[in-house]
Write a protein that binds this ligand. Structure first.
Ligand code: RNT
Ligand code: ZN
Length: 413
């Protein structure tokens, strides 16, 4: 089938495929830099900590800012539309032997990233890094050790200033996402104390004066981490309540819930009570494994909830996974393109009609139509999107990365 045939077929359902393609073109997804180097960063030699783990040893990983930027470029050249990049504080770039600890990071340590983003027309989102650091061997913002707790409060405040700098330089908002690994391997004697200290730390951080229109703070909860199985300080209730009471945006990572809980079901509720929400889009396999995002059922369901509730401009979409067992550049492309496919497929669905069938109680027609749509020629519309962006289709883009692997990645020391 060709695009024109597909267009006619969708038009019969009342769907304008050109409008959908145009809409997709304007959706910026935040591509996480940490897929490129297994969440290593440039500011320390510490092993990855915080209860998260990258597995695999695929050759060619980026180990310098220049390499990481080149790899991100390669990935972005195979993804349609204009996007954003998501950095962590541990990706600070120090020059001339200079180094600054996390509580002393400054905008200048990210000047190279701004240069890069300006050149490529990208926005930047940002994350303080509360892991892979000697002061993160136990609790961070919830630490009972006042010196450590204060250190991390200072880190977060530095990051707010850096986020403001990104926003100002790039003339777009900067999402600043706070996630801490704080938790316990075994049953805690005190569950309230650490949470009270986390609350106090957040209050201290947000007492800083900053432009809330430009720096969009988000809070990311979690259910457990590796070696932190029994207790998580920043649980879902903790952050939901804190966010609601303080007009802060909640961030849901779909790897951060119990396996039978679905973020797709949480999205509409959160949209009802928040102006904006944020997502970390990932693929948890039995645990928060951060596999590459596929075009699977839950990915599609999440996209549907955003599209059918007309919330594309109210949801900040960021990818969050790290797979070191496959070509890392390809991993970005697969995940970004799959999230775009999920959005496009949701846009090619006659939601008004389906909602009407639900409300009138005609569940048989609802099922029949929902199933019929599944075999509509979605791929032809997707290919048209790629064609209009002048980028290779799903059968061709990996050849370009294979070339890059041969010419660049495998030559890295
Ligand atoms: C960890 C969280 C967090 C991190 C990144 C690196 O479970 O999902 O978002 O993955 O910040
Ligand atoms: Zn996350």
């Amino acid at each position: 089938m060709s695009y024109l045939d597909a267009k006619v077929k969708y038009a019969a359902l009342g769907i304008d495929t050109d409008a959908a393609i145009q809409k997709l073109q304007n959706i910026a997804v935040s591509m996480h830099c940490w897929q490129g180097d297994d969440v290593t960063g440039f500011d320390s030699k510490e092993a990855l900590s915080g209860g998260i783990q990258t597995t695999g040893n695929y050759p060619g990983k980026a180990t310098t800012p220049v390499e990481l930027m080149a790899d991100m470029d390669k990935a972005l050249s195979l993804i349609g539309g204009n996007h954003r990049i998501n950095l962590h504080a541990c990706y600070a770039i120090f020059e001339d032997g200079e180094w600054a600890d996390r509580d002393a990071l400054e905008p200048k340590h990210f000047a190279k990233w701004v240069e890069y983003a300006k050149e490529k027309g990208l926005g930047i989102d940002f994350n303080p890094t509360f892991f892979s650091h000697p002061k993160a061997s136990g609790l961070t913002l919830s630490s009972p050790d006042e010196e450590i707790r204060k250190f991390w409060v200072k880190h977060a405040i530095c990051c707010i200033k850096i986020a403001e700098y990104f926003a100002k330089e790039l003339n777009t908002f900067c999402t600043l996402n706070i996630w801490i690994p704080d938790g316990m391997k075994d049953i805690p004697a005190d569950r309230l104390g650490p949470r009270a200290r986390l609350k106090k730390s957040l209050d201290e951080i947000f007492a800083t004066d900053f432009d809330r229109e430009k720096v969009l703070v988000t809070l990311e909860s979690k259910v457990f981490g590796i070696g932190l199985e029994s207790y998580t300080v920043g649980s879902a209730e903790f952050y939901l309540t804190y966010a609601a009471k303080n007009s802060i945006m909640p961030l849901m990572d779909n790897g951060h819930y119990h396996p039978t809980e679905y973020v797709s079901d949480k999205i509409p509720t959160m949209l009802l009570f928040n102006d904006k929400i944020a997502l970390h889009i990932t693929r948890p396999v039995r645990w928060d494994s951060d596999h590459v995002v596929l075009l699977d059922d839950e990915t599609k369901e999440m996209a549907k909830e955003i599209v059918k509730n007309d919330a594309l401009d109210r949801v900040i979409m960021a990818l969050d996974y790290f797979d070191a067992s496959i070509n890392r550049v390809a991993a970005w492309v697969v995940g970004m393109r799959n999230w775009q496919k999920a959005l496009l497929s949701a846009m090619l669905t006659p939601w008004d009609k389906l909602k009407e069938l639900q409300d009138s109680g005609d569940f048989t027609s609802l099922m029949v139509l929902s199933e019929a749509i599944k075999v509509y020629p979605f791929g032809d519309v997707w290919n048209e999107f790629l064609k209009r962006n002048n980028i290779p289709d799903d059968n061709a883009w990996y050849d370009i990365i294979k070339e890059y692997e041969k010419d660049v990645l495998l030559k890295r020391g």
